[in-house]
Design a protein around this ligand. Structure first.
Ligand code: ARG
Length: 577
C-alpha cells in the first residue's frame, strides 16, 4: 500500500482538470503536523503561477475536482494554497486489515531492476577496520531494502586485492614460510603488513626481491599467483567471520576484487587513446578533464597508466563501471564509499560517460558517508592512538551488552542471555551507524548506543518485545483474530494506523536515496505512536470484544512492521528481553 502514490495520482487528475499541464507535479507529502492532516499537496502554487491565477482560486478548483471518496474524510485549503488531506478512518481500517493479513504487510513489489551495490570493500592483508564498518553496515541495509522491494541485487565487494604492495607481501609470506609456519603470522594481518613493510623499507635485498615479484605477479607467474591467492584467501576467510558476526549478507561469492578488471585495462587505455580522450604526457597516459581544474586553473590530468606501465585505482574503476553495465547488465549502480573518495569517483565516471561505456540512463551513484569520530570529536582511535580493529570493537560491544542484559534479566537461562547480548550488542553498533544521516561524520559513543531510551537498537528491540507481550497476555489465536475487522474510533488509533501504512513509502525512500536512517526514524516513530496508543486505548480491557480485537490487530501490524523494518536494517529482534 502506497498512500502517497495513490493521492499523487488523484491530485494530478484534479490539477489537470483545473487547467494544469499533463506533467504537473502534485507534490504530495506526508504532513509534518497532525493539524495539517495526514498528507499535504503542495503542487497548486507552481501550477497557479504558470496559469497566472491566484493560488487559492486554483486550490478551490482542484478540490472541486478532487474525488477522494472512500479515502479522505476531510480536505481543506491551508495557507496560500496548500491542500491538507485527512484520511478516512474506514479507509485506514480497511488497509490495516489487508496489511496485517499479508507476509509483506501489504508492501507491493516494485518493477524489478538490476542494481549493483558496491560496498564493504576491505583490503587484502589488512584487517577490516572501523573505516570499512560504515560501508558494510549501510550498504547491507540498502541491499536488504532493495531485495525486499523485489529488485535483483548484485552485491559487489570491490576488495583491494591488487597493487604494488603485493610484491612485498609475497616476499614476506615466503620468508615466513621458510622460517616457520606462515599461517601463524597471517593470523594477525595488521601485524603481518607492518612487518612486511618494515623489511621492505630496511632490507635492500628484500626490497629488490619484492619488486621482482610484482613484475612476475603481473606477468601471471604461477608461483606468485599462488602466493597472492593465499593472501587473498586468508584475508577473506577472516572477513567472512566478521560479516557473519555482523549479520551482514555478503558471502565469498560476492567478492569482485580489483584484480577482476586487470584483463580489461590495456584495452581501455588503448580505446581511450583511440577516442582521443587520453594522451601521452611525460611518458604517462593521461586524460585531461575540463570539468576539473588544478590550482593553476588548467584542466586536471587524470593518469590512467603510469610511465612504468602500471595502472591505477582510477583505471580499475573505469573498467569496473563498464563491466557492471556491459556484463552484469546493471540498471543502476550504487557505491557506498567514504566521502574522501568522491573526487576519485567523479573523475572516473566523467571518463566513463565521455567514452560512452555506460549510458546516461544508467545512474552511477556515490552514496558517501563521513568518518566515525571518537567522543572527543577526533577520528576514532584506540587509547594508544592506533586504528580500532573491527573484531575488537565487536568484542567490546558484546561484553558491554552482556553486562547490560544480565543485570536486567537475572533469571534468564545462559544460552538465551548470550543470544540476547549478541542481538543487543551487535545491533547497537549497527543501529548507531544506521540511524545517523550518513553524509555527516558521527560520534561513536557506547553509552548512547546502548541506552534503552531514544532512537537506539536496545530501545527498538525492547519496543518490539513489548508489543509481543500484549499477545502473550491476550493468549489469542492469530488466524481467528485476522477474521475480526479493524474499527478505528480514536485519534491515536488513526495516527498509528496511518503511520503503519507508510512503511512502503519509507522503504521506497531508503531504496531511492540509500538512506537507512530514514527507516530508523520511521520505526522509532512507530514505536512512539504505539506507546501512546497503548497507554490511551486499553487493549485487553477494551469496552467491547470488537474494540479489543481491532486494537490487537493494530498491535499485530505494529509488531510485524517493526520486525520487517528492523530486518531490512539487518538488526536482529528477540522474543523477550
Ligand atoms: N578498497 C577501497 C578502500 O579500502 C574501497 C573500494 C571502494 N569501491 C570502489 N569501486 N572503488 O578504500
Amino acid at each position: 500500500m502506497n498512500i502517497q502514490a495513490l493521492l499523487s495520482d488523484k491530485v494530478s487528475q484534479a490539477l489537470i482538470a483545473a487547467g494544469a499541464p499533463a506533467d504537473c507535479e502534485p507534490q504530495v507529502r506526508q504532513s509534518a503536523k497532525v493539524q495539517f492532516g495526514d498528507y499535504q499537496a503542495n503542487g497548486v502554487m507552481s501550477v497557479a503561477k504558470s496559469l497566472g491565477k491566484p493560488p487559492r482560486q486554483v486550490a478551490e478548483l482542484v478540490i472541486a475536482n478532487l474525488d477522494l471518496t472512500g479515502i479522505a474524510s476531510k480536505v481543506e485549503i491551508a495557507g496560500p494554497g496548500f491542500i491538507n488531506i485527512f484520511l478516512d478512518p474506514a479507509f485506514l481500517a480497511k488497509n490495516v486489515d489487508e496489511a496485517v493479513a499479508s507476509d509483506r504487510v501489504g508492501v507491493t513489489v516494485s518493477e524489478p531492476k538490476t542494481v549493483v551495490v558496491d560496498y564493504s570493500a576491505p583490503n587484502v592483508a589488512k584487517e577490516m577496520h572501523v573505516g570499512h564498518v560504515r560501508s558494510t553496515i549501510i550498504g547491507d541495509a540498502a541491499v536488504r531494502t532493495l531485495e525486499f522491494l523485489g529488485h535483483k541485487v548484485i552485491r559487489a565487494n570491490h576488495v583491494g586485492d591488487w597493487g604494488t604492495q603485493f610484491g612485498m607481501l609475497i616476499a614476506y609470506l615466503e620468508k615466513q614460510q621458510q622460517e616457520n609456519a606462515g599461517e601463524m603470522a597471517l593470523a594477525d594481518l595488521e601485524e603481518f603488513y607492518r612487518a612486511a613493510k618494515k623489511h621492505y623499507d630496511e632490507d635492500a635485498e628484500f626490497a629488490e626481491r619484492a619488486r621482482a615479484y610484482v613484475v612476475k605477479l603481473q606477468g601471471g607467474d604461477e608461483y606468485c599467483r599462488t602466493m597472492w591467492r593465499k593472501l587473498v584467501d586468508v584475508t577473506m576467510t577472516q572477513n567472512q567471520i566478521t560479516y557473519q558476526r555482523l549479520n551482514v549478507t555478503l558471502t565469498r561469492d560476492d567478492v569482485m576484487g580489483e584484480s577482476l578488471y586487470n584483463p580489461m585495462l590495456p584495452g581501455i587505455v588503448a580505446d581511450l587513446k583511440a577516442q582521443g580522450l587520453a594522451v601521452e604526457s611525460e611518458g604517462a597516459t593521461v586524460v585531461f578533464l575540463d570539468e576539473y581544474k588544478n590550482k593553476e586553473g588548467e584542466p586536471m590530468g587524470v593518469i590512467i597508466q603510469k610511465k612504468d606501465g602500471g595502472y591505477l585505482y582510477t583505471t580499475t574503476d573505469i573498467a569496473c563501471a563498464k563491466y557492471r553495465f556491459e556484463t552484469l547488465h546493471a540498471d543502476r549502480v550504487m557505491y557506498f564509499i567514504d566521502s574522501r573518495q568522491h573526487q576519485h569517483l567523479m573523475q572516473a565516471w566523467t571518463i566513463v560517460r565521455k567514452a560512452g561505456y555506460v549510458p546516461d540512463s544508467v545512474p552511477l551513484e556515490h552514496h558517501m558517508f563521513g568518518m566515525m569520530l571518537g567522543k572527543d570529536g577526533k577520528p576514532f582511535k584506540t587509547r594508544s592512538g592506533g586504528t580500532v580493529k573491527l573484531t575488537d570493537l565487536l568484542d567490546e560491544a558484546l561484553e558491554r551488552a552482556r553486562r547490560l542484559v544480565s543485570e536486567k534479566n537475572p533469571d534468564m537461562p545462559a544460552d538465551e542471555l548470550e543470544a540476547l547480548a549478541n542481538a543487543v550488542g551487535i545491533g547497537a553498533v549497527k543501529y548507531a551507524d544506521l540511524s545517523k544521516n550518513r553524509t555527516t561524520d558521527y560520534i561513536f559513543d557506547w553509552d548512547n548506543m546502548l541506552a534503552f531510551e531514544g532512537n537506539t537498537a536496545p530501545y527498538m528491540q525492547y519496543a518490539y518485545t513489548r508489543v509481543l507481550s500484549v499477545f502473550r497476555k491476550a493468549d489469542i489465536d492469530e488466524t481467528e483474530l485476522l477474521k475480526a475487522p479493524v474499527v478505528i474510533t480514536e485519534d491515536r488509533e488513526a495516527q498509528l494506523a496511518a503511520r503503519l501504512l507508510q512503511f512502503e513509502e519509507t522503504l521506497n525512500v531508503v531504496a531511492r536515496d540509500g538512506t537507512p536512517h530514514m527507516m530508523c526514524t520511521y520505526l522509532y516513530d512507530v514505536a512512539g505512536l504505539f506507546s501512546g496508543f497503548y497507554e490511551h486505548c486499553p487493549i485487553l480491557t477494551a469496552d467491547s470484544e470488537e474494540a479489543r480485537n481491532s486494537r490487537l490487530k493494530l498491535a499485530l501490524l505494529t509488531a510485524k512492521t517493526l520486525k520487517l523494518g528492523l530486518d531490512t536494517l539487518g538488526i536482529e529482534t528477540v522474543e523477550r528481553m
